[in-house]
Design a protein around this ligand. Structure first.
Ligand code: ARG
Length: 463
């Protein structure tokens, strides 16, 4: 296959035949890495500005490069750019077009740089922006949870362990548990951001470059906190993408748990919440159906983000230094994780304020499973009974109540006294749902007063 001058590669000087069409298609990444174009152009302008600063480029050359790149960016934004698979990736598409437009100055842009440090830089610039967007979505969801928790600080629902009614809790407290999950997620994203925000440029292919570059200056232009210390590491490290996918996986695991609860609560058997129609779809055969598709899909999509994490871990495992073409495979999993986590957080944040609550159903359910039994045991302990004996006495009282078809609070004083002589008329205060939640009045407890205090602390912490 002879070389085609119409289809000249930027690197084919030493090649005597053209790349086969199958290899060209197999090795190209432009179909998916073109989404990096803004960051690629930003990185190139900063690199050119630094080359100008250290005297490698003239002012005229720099000016032409910058103007040319900005025009290309505008064309891409306007959908007027023809991406070429023959030019392999976003980097060579843009560079080739620049040279077409501005001539020989365009050929100087790549001085002292390699696609290896270029792509690592683009990925970090891209991910830094996306992390900031995602943190914004987390903040919206957190805010929605705090608002609803405030409104429902005193609403009582059953708390579950093993999905069996355990003890009454406030709905506000339950929502604050979700909020804690997201707050940790936020912290993880910001921790990861610090390690994303390191500049590989200057590492060139793997060993650095012979030009008198000023990496600190380029880093400053691009807003990077530091420059990568080691050129071999700079072009090969993808820890930042893995860390992000780990943080994104945890976000998705959390969202899948919240979604699962919403799905349960929206069922006829629970009936705690109604999801507005705009978050649901119907069935093509069963006319009565209204399916909670949004939480179900969020739950389902958690699988793909965990998969993205495993893809990246496996991609990096066993790779020798420095850059290997394998690394081109880092993009699709990372992009997929970014897109998925953004869409899911966005919809989750919209769904929370739209929930229609059935507080009566929550209270009824809390009364059904003898949820105040622990309160009765604690009452006996306060009257001097040892906890194990109190546990046994209350167990017997619950057995009696089940047979009688009553809740503990519906047993008369005489009926209760059969199980412990220390029980008095004041017992009924502790058997109510309100008495039960109000009594758990310490930091981290479910009492409405504590829920309100926790919201205040969360708001003043700013997340
Ligand atoms: N498209 C490539 C990637 O995403 C860019 C770097 C290619 N470097 C090379 N030496 N072939 O990894």
């Amino acid at each position: 296959m002879t070389k085609d001058p119409q289809n000249k590669k930027l690197w084919d000087g030493r090649f005597s035949e053209a790349t086969s069409a199958a290899v060209e298609a197999f090795t190209a990444s432009v179909t998916f890495d073109k989404r990096l174009f803004r960051h690629d152009i930003r990185g190139s302008i900063a690199h050119a500005q630094m080359l100008r600063q250290v005297g490698v480029l003239s002012l005229d050359e720099y000016t032409a490069i910058e103007a040319g790149l900005r025009e290309i960016e505008a064309d891409i934004e306007a959908g007027k750019f023809d991406w070429s698979v023959a030019l392999e990736d976003v980097h060579m598409n843009i560079e080739a077009r620049l040279t077409e437009r501005i001539g020989v100055a365009g050929k100087k842009l790549h001085t002292g740089r390699s696609r290896n440090d270029q792509v690592a830089t683009d990925m970090r610039l891209y991910l830094r922006d996306e992390i900031d967007t995602i943190v914004g979505f987390v903040d919206v969801a957190c805010e929605a949870l705090l608002d609803l928790a405030e409104q429902e600080a005193a609403t009582v629902m059953p708390g579950f362990t093993h999905l069996q009614v355990a003890q009454p809790v406030t709905f506000g407290h339950h929502l604050l548990a979700w909020h804690e999950n997201l707050r940790r997620d936020r912290g993880r994203l910001l921790d990861c951001r610090a390690r994303v925000n390191v500049m590989p440029l200057g590492a060139a292919a793997l060993a650095g470059t012979t030009y008198p570059i000023d990496r600190t200056y380029t880093a400053q232009l691009l807003g990077f906190a530091t420059v990568a210390e080691n050129s071999l590491d700079a072009v090969s490290d993808r820890d930042f993408a893995i860390e992000f996918c780990a943080a994104a996986s945890l976000i998705m695991v959390h969202l899948s748990r919240f979604s699962e609860e919403l799905i349960l609560w929206a069922s006829a058997q629970f009936g705690f919440v109604n999801l507005p129609d705009r978050f649901c779809t119907g069935s093509s055969i069963m006319p009565q159906k209204k399916n909670p598709d949004v939480p179900e899909l969020i739950r389902g999509k958690s699988g793909r983000v965990c998969g993205d994490l495993v893809s990246l871990l496996t991609l990096m495992k066993g790779q020798p230094l420095a850059y290997n073409k394998d690394n081109q495979e880092d993009k699709e999993p990372l992009f997929d994780a970014v897109d998925t986590v953004k869409a899911c957080l966005d919809l989750f944040g919209q769904m929370i304020p739209a929930l229609q609550l059935n507080c009566d159903a929550m209270a009824r359910a809390a009364l059904q499973g003898y949820s105040t039994a622990t309160d009765l045991a604690d009452y006996l302990v306060r009257k001097g009974v040892a906890f194990r004996d109190a546990h046994d006495a209350v167990g017997k009282a619950v057995g009696f109540a089940i047979k009688a078809g009553k809740d503990l609070s519906q047993l008369s004083l005489a009926e209760l006294k059969q199980f412990s002589s220390v029980i008095d008329a004041d017992v009924h205060n502790v058997l109510t749902l309100e008495g039960s939640v109000n009594a758990r009045n310490h930091i981290g407890g479910t009492a409405p007063e504590q829920v309100r205090a926790a919201i205040k602390r969360a708001r003043s912490a700013g997340s």
